[in-house]
Design a protein around this ligand. Sequence first.
Ligand code: SME
Length: 151
Amino acid sequence: MRADYAELAKTLGALTEGETDQVALMATVVCELHHADDRFDWTGFYRVVSEGLLKIGPYQGGHGCLVIPFERGVCGAAARTREVQLVPDVDAFPGHIACVSSTRSEIVLPVQDVSGRLIGVLDIDSDQPDAFDEADAEGLGAILRQVFARG
Ligand code: SME
């Protein structure tokens, strides 16, 4: 099973219509994504809770680390640079944080609100090596803009 991002965007648009609470939006996005693709073994958000600090938000999958400073991990790199992190081999990523030992590859996207403020990151882990590509970055990015950056 592989995620159909255009279909997911429609479903999420309907499910979250009129909702502005970020935790409610994050929980709904994680639920729909996690069950849409066999590659997704851990799916979750980290929220910006203070300057330079991420804390776990809604997620599905095994245990997730609770706190990640911007200086650390793939999540920290996405928050620090505001750029998508496509990691084909987590063992080759300097400073990767292994919350789930089975993870082999990862994609992390920054999440911004309508004013462009960074509100967190979306992190998806896979037990498969090199599981993610540019099409995933584009499809997931469009969903995040639709749900979190709508006026
Ligand atoms: N691997 C991430 C940490 C979060 S776990 O994957 C749930 C990182 O390096 O930032």
